[in-house]
Design a protein around this ligand. Structure first.
Ligand SMILES: C[S@@+](CC[C@H](N)C(=O)[O-])C[C@H]1O[C@@H](n2cnc3c(N)ncnc32)[C@H](O)[C@@H]1O
Length: 384
């Protein structure tokens, strides 16, 4: 008897960075990957083997994309929609790269090669940038091309000791996906529900509340991911004192309580500029809840994360290492990081957390593709 084997579904990865989306897309073959940053592309190559196209997404055409992918994944740049940025939106230079990606999807469609699954990953600021117009424009584009559209706000904290909420817009065409009748579960957050209500009518008509299983209970905390004390560089006493002198008053009390306990307690800390009595002051803010703050790209002093350890009445401080940042993203230690700490932190600060992609892949993307129950709908129409 002949045994029929089915090829693994294929994926195009846009804005692929160091390839963390690909690490989470278990069971998919990468048919094509692209990123504009040669350093990130080098990391992608070092960890995935094969080729990545280095260059601007606007310079690609459909002929650069081989075969027909089942999934197109786009982690497009977020600086212009991020709550931490100036929020010029999807029309701005960096975040506007999304439209460079969308132009390719339109060209693939014209070629009869549109992927049945599209995932767009971004910061949650996309829900509200431009008073919701950016989110509306993305959902409208997908709906107009015949996709059923939904989104999930997934925080990496369900899997990893890092608070990192991210938005995943999932669009399916000609496929059924697991869905609920209305918002339900931890990934349909109040701000997502509010943003959905503000969508243009065509996008709301195409909307689906994709449902994912509840995440398992997280069993890791920050302390468990740290490198051995002897393997890392600690600040000198003078440097530690200078850093701790910036501690915000309430945080200083918490740190003092942790120190006085005599136990080993680990804090993540960041420098922030705060306005106090009308003046800008640098403050060190700590969290002692076993979580790291959201990793960011180290472009300014405030985005660097510190590790503060209280042990037997002493307090030591140092910077978070690139390997620790990788662990906070769910990346295995076999992943080859760039040599410099800044490059490693930049790579991880920009990336998507691997277990989150994995949960989306296992709970929604692969089940939808395995079903293949619905015949493809023509462009411009949404399956009912
Ligand atoms: C949010 S990061 C995505 C990282 C990736 N998901 C990962 O997990 O490593 C956005 C990526 O888009 C890339 N990028 C920015 N503008 C681009 C453009 N115009 N064309 C192609 N890639 C671009 C950046 O270099 C960056 O790696």
């Amino acid at each position: 008897m002949a045994i029929r084997t089915q090829a693994a579904p294929g994926a195009y990865e846009f804005f692929a960075g160091g390839g963390l989306a690909g690490l989470g897309l278990a069971g998919f073959r990468t048919l094509f990957a692209n990123d504009i940053d040669p350093a990130k592309a080098a990391s992608w190559r070092a960890n995935h083997g094969g080729e990545i196209a280095v260059g601007d997404v606007w310079d690609l055409s459909a002929t650069d994309l081989p075969g027909r992918a089942d999934l197109a994944w786009a982690s497009s740049p977020c600086q212009d929609v991020s709550l931490a940025g100036a929020r010029e939106g999807l029309a701005a230079r960096r975040s506007g790269a999304f439209w460079g990606f969308w132009r390719l999807i339109e060209a693939l469609d014209a070629d009869g090669r549109s992927p049945p699954v599209i995932v767009i990953e971004n910061v949650v600021g996309l829900l509200t940038s431009g008073q919701g117009r950016d989110f509306g424009a993305v959902c409208e584009a997908l709906a107009g091309a015949g996709y059923r559209v939904g989104a999930l706000e997934m925080d990496a904290v369900h899997w990893l000791p890092q608070s990192r909420p991210r938005l995943f817009i999932v669009a399916l065409r000609g496929l059924d996906g697991p869905m609920s009748a209305g918002p339900a579960g931890p990934f349909h957050t109040p701000r997502l529900v509010a943003a959905q209500a503000r969508l243009p009518e065509a996008a709301r008509e195409a909307w689906a509340w994709w449902s994912l299983p509840f995440p398992p209970r997280r069993n890791l905390d920050l302390a468990a991911l740290l490198e051995l004390d002897a393997a890392v560089d600690w600040f000198s006493e003078t440097e530690t004192r200078a850093l701790l002198a910036l501690t915000a008053p309430l945080h200083r009390d918490r740190l003092e309580a942790a120190r006085a306990s005599g136990e080993r307690r680990v804090a993540a800390a960041f420098r922030r500029v705060r306005v106090e009595a009308g003046a800008k002051v640098q403050r060190l803010e700590l969290r002692l809840d076993g979580l790291a703050g959201c990793l960011r790209t180290p472009s300014g002093g405030s985005s660097r994360q510190y590790v503060i350890v209280c042990d037997r009445g002493e307090v030591r401080a140092r910077r978070l290492t690139g390997r620790e940042a990788a662990r906070l993203m769910g990346v295995p230690d076999t992943y080859v990081l760039p040599a410099g700490q800044t490059a490693a932190l930049k790579l991880m600060g920009d990336a998507v957390a691997v277990p989150v992609v994995r949960a989306l892949c296992d709970g929604l993307l692969r089940p939808a593709l395995a079903g293949r129950a619905v015949s493809p709908s023509p462009a411009g129409r949404v399956p009912t």
